[in-house]
Design a protein around this ligand. Structure first.
Ligand SMILES: [Zn+2]
Length: 270
């Protein structure tokens, strides 16, 4: 019966556009129909379309109109770039923290694919330590080495730092966040960051994915669009061109480190 009525209403809606007298009654019917639709339809999020270059860090932030350099002392050094929208939100959070005697500083922001490749390859080759260990010596088997590096570092192409929506705050050392000073900062963030629409991406107690990172925070209103686009557009062909990349697919890196095992607060719509 309901469908029958709807079929009757549809031609009426298009027909009535010609007459003023009819328009008011049509509007009422349309309003009723619309109300019903709104009540029934599940919440629909309109996602922005993000191109692959912006998802994989294949852009030059200093030349990209979405990005700007973070001024010192908001950042701890020159040459760090972030999306303008994220910087605006971070400044507000930073000012609020300052009023409570907490000092927040960005120590890492946008990273290009090539920069992440440099970090990754250096760890793979043993030129740079990972978690205080020389990975090449500790893990002669390359697949096991890739797995070990993944506890601390993202494979090039899969880092949320490529998006310009994520930042590291104050220190990338767990010891700092366990010290009295760092603990105060972390407590403030866990209590207040959500008000400013930031979330801690890699929390404690997840079964898989990266180790806990007290320092890594995402700006949800923007990051959720990148997250959604990444899941839709990125395949293992895009995750290549660095040492050990042939293990990406068999280790299910996209699912385990980008799509799953992140704080669910970070993918909620607001
Ligand atoms: Zn980070």
């Amino acid at each position: 019966m309901r469908y029958f009525l709807f079929i009757l209403i549809l031609p009426l809606l298009s027909y009535c556009n010609t007459s003023d007298t009819n328009r008011s009654s049509t509007d009422k019917i349309a309003a009723k129909t619309k109300k019903k639709t709104v009540e029934k339809a599940p919440q629909k999020i309109e996602y922005k379309d993000i191109d692959k270059a912006h998802l994989l860090g294949h852009i030059k932030a200093s030349e990209d109109t979405l990005f700007m350099e973070i001024p010192v002392p908001v950042a701890n050094r020159e040459g760090l770039y972030i999306q303008k929208e994220v910087l605006k939100a971070f400044r507000k959070m930073r000012n609020a923290a300052k009023k409570d005697g907490i000092h927040l500083k960005i120590i890492s922001a946008y990273r290009s694919f090539n920069y992440q490749k440099w970090i990754w390859d250096s760890k793979f080759d043993g030129r740079k330590n990972s978690g205080n260990r020389n990975m090449r010596n500790s893990y002669p088997d390359p697949r096991k080495r890739v797995e070990a590096i993944l506890n601390y570092s993202a494979m090039p192409g899969t880092s949320r730092h490529h998006w310009g929506t994520d930042i590291d705050i104050n220190s990338v050392s767990t010891a700092y966040f366990e010290s009295p000073q760092g603990n105060k900062v972390y407590e403030w963030l866990t209590k207040n960051a959500q008000k400013h629409e930031f979330c801690q991406t890699y929390t404690a107690g997840r079964e898989d994915g990266y180790n806990e990172e007290h320092w890594h925070w995402s700006y949800i209103p923007l990051a959720k669009h990148y997250y959604y686009n990444f899941g839709k557009k990125i395949s293992y062909e895009d995750i290549s061109g660095f040492k050990g990349s042939k293990f990406a697919k068999e280790l299910n890196v996209i699912q385990r480190f980008v799509i799953n095992n992140i704080n669910t607060e970070c993918i909620k719509s607001h």
